[in-house]
Design a protein around this ligand. Structure first.
Ligand code: HEM
Length: 311
């Protein structure tokens, strides 16, 4: 059975959904900056920066760690404001009713609150890698949710999951599962490496970094192979529908290359942050490509009126 979303556009809702997605990917980069500069304990407690002080107070001997850590905390507030604005835009009387999208926007706000608490707990447990890793994994979940939200606002088109070949829907499930595995193993790799977020006494997982990096890279290769098969199957049906999948192939190969370069160049901080950004972009590309595969207009080469790139 085809389910048809309300075919309406609202510029404000769309812009806010894009702002939310950009901010969610952006905070991965600023969070990465906190980690690689060893600023994770720049504020010694949470929700206050220091006991009795919400913001850092500077003395002559102060370092820049509190500024970086407090800046990242402030960004969480910006994320919350954008999410609230998006929710408001979805309830405006003057705007088209998009009840179908509202639960996703509420879920984004709820996850931002969860993230603030997990970030706080990571400070309380002096940056235990399991909590820092959970923080990153949740961020990637938020990026996926935010991408889907943009998708729903930009492409309120008919969908029909049942019309897609079973092999392709199974591949989507496998791709999503392996992507989650690559991310989880990735945060474990980070938990064995030098960039814990604490400049002084980093606590690390007692796992051989080389062994776990090999598992991570192996899982990434499985992901590349699954995506290549999905792209081939879609391309046989429609070259237009294959475009989002070709983007996934490109982003994945770039991310994999970056992974090897950062590993073989001793985990340079800038490359580690770039790899974190790449993992966010990989999630965006995969979420979009999977969501797009279920749109009825991807079954043939017919171009949508507002689809300039066919994405
Ligand atoms: C192509 C798909 C890939 C994805 C989606 C991916 C994703 C990730 C993620 C999510 C993290 C955790 C970042 C964090 O905790 O902040 C990570 C870490 C890491 N990845 Fe990948 N990765 C990929 C491929 C690779 C490859 C092929 C290598 C090659 C060796 C690699 C090497 C690493 C290393 C060394 C780290 C730890 C960096 C650190 O110390 O913080 N990755 N990756």
């Amino acid at each position: 059975m085809a389910s048809v979303d309300t075919p309406v556009n609202d510029a404000l809702q769309r812009r806010l959904s894009i702002a939310n997605l950009v901010a969610q990917v952006g905070i991965i980069v600023t969070g990465g900056a906190v980690r690689v500069t060893g600023s994770g304990l720049g504020c010694s407690t949470w929700p206050m920066c220091e006991p009795g002080q919400f913001a850092p107070v500077f003395h002559e001997e102060s370092t820049w760690h509190p500024i970086i850590e407090f800046g990242n905390r402030t960004l969480t507030g910006v994320l919350g404001i954008i999410a609230l604005a998006l929710i408001w835009s979805l309830y405006r009387k003057s705007a088209p009713t998009r009840r179908d999208v509202r639960p996703y926007a509420w879920a984004v706000l709820a996850l931002i609150i969860v993230q603030a608490v997990v970030g706080g707990i990571s400070v309380w447990v002096t940056l235990h890698p399991a909590v820092v890793g959970l923080h990153m994994a949740l961020s990637l979940g938020l990026v996926s949710l935010s991408t889907y939200l943009v998708y729903r606002l930009y492409r309120p088109r008919a969908t029909d999951p049942a019309a897609l070949p079973r092999l392709e829907t199974s591949l989507h499930v496998a791709i999503a599962a392996v992507k989650v595995a690559v991310a989880i193993i990735g945060v474990v790799v980070t938990g064995t490496g030098p960039h814990s977020g604490d400049a002084d006494k980093p606590y690390r997982f007692a796992i051989d970094p080389l062994f776990i990096t090999r598992i991570h890279a192996g899982a990434a290769w499985v992901l590349v192979i699954l995506v290549a098969i999905a792209t081939y199957l879609v391309a046989k049906r429609s070259s237009l529908a294959a475009r989002p999948w070709l983007v996934v192939v490109g982003v994945l190969l770039a991310q994999g290359l970056l992974g090897y370069i950062q590993y073989f160049t001793g985990l340079h901080p800038a490359l580690v942050v770039a790899h974190m950004l790449g993992s966010g972009l990989t999630v965006v590309a995969i979420t979009w490509a999977i969501a797009r595969s279920y749109a009825l207009d991807t079954r043939s080469n017919s171009r949508e009126p507002n689809s300039r790139l066919g994405l």
